[in-house]
Design a protein around this ligand. Sequence first.
Ligand code: UDP
Length: 416
Amino acid sequence: MLERVPLLEKELDHYSAVVGDDVIAAIREAAESLRGARVLHVSATAYGGGVAELLATHVPLLRSVGIESEWQVLHGSDEFFAITKQVHNALQGADIEWTPAMQRTYLERILDNALLLEDGWDFVVVHDPQPAALLHFLRDNPGFSSGRTRWIWRCHIDLTVANPTVWEFFRPFVELHDASVWTMAEFVPASLKMNHVEHLPPCIDPLSVKNLDLALPFCIELTRQYGIDTKRPIICQISRYDPWKDPVGVIDAFRLVREQVPDAQLILAGSMATDDPEGFRVWEETEAARAGDKDIHLLSNLHQVGSVQINAFQRIATVMVQKSLREGFGLTVSEALWKGRPVVGGRAGGIKLQIRDGQSGFLVDSVEDCARRIIDLLADPVGAEAMGSEGREHVRSQFLSTRELLDWLELLGSLR
Ligand code: UDP
């Protein structure tokens, strides 16, 4: 068996206070025909990054509507994850060398995992490129054949400028699936030959520890413990240490902001994911860019920054930033908007779905733009609050777990 991820319990009815009874009733109705179905989600890691965040809520919610659901993760190795991180970068447009040795290591590891997978599922949902070749090794196995099990590939990344060599390697594996699900229509490569292609953006869980309401004094105390002065302006980006999240660009923008707002502080908080060996290198680059500046707070899970602290930072920040250069969705944007904070975000991928430019924050294309918009928001606290409130309502209607659950139930129902 693959490694099973332990999960909290979630009760659908508890969400009615946030989204209303009608939404809950629609979900229950959509779940009726799937009652008793068995659904397996497979991803690369149980910790760090948006996929882990999503599945920690989605799978318990499936269970709460009578669907037998599991989340399992691949058995990897440092070498395997170094390769899949390069694949991830290449599919987002980086130029890498995709050698036969890398391909062999990737496929051997996936074969090992395929042999460990238990059968008997009605649906298997495969997340991102790491496990994408599993079905290749299982399609002739009667326990997984397409009559027995429906396979869905969920792509969370932006393939608009994917490296063609790497994408052509993965494309045949992806096309074996019965359907694929994408965050945005513009991410789907024209070369993909599949009849069933869906576009469903991800979501955040308003009842998770990361997003639950927290009292302001509690947020102040948690933030203060990191040496941050909550009476001065706080700019904050929450992200893995990944070049596409541009932490060094955020520092550059912050330095421009400080020319106008000398008492501003910056928090950069990012976890180190187990499938992301690049994280430590980017951390070091970011630390070098910080150059010992006491008003730039570089934090990670190694400093005990967990969900509660992130929740507090997102509530206490004067302005949230997500200056990604490339982004699948960027859950951190919805997390911040849900807390009523305005967000300055890179004009990339799913960030464009979440920030309505000039209404719930600003979309920016450069360090200078980013600095200018942060300064605008710091200079206009009333306007900034209004933008945050607008953002919260946009998230309520589009990007909460209940909307995603309903979309998935409808998709699974249509594949039965
Ligand atoms: N996150 C976290 N701790 C950190 C940094 C990020 O828990 O130190 C969370 C963040 O709050 C969000 C997720 O990881 O829920 C990141 O998802 P996103 O879609 O923004 O980016 P990804 O990492 O998937 O590219």
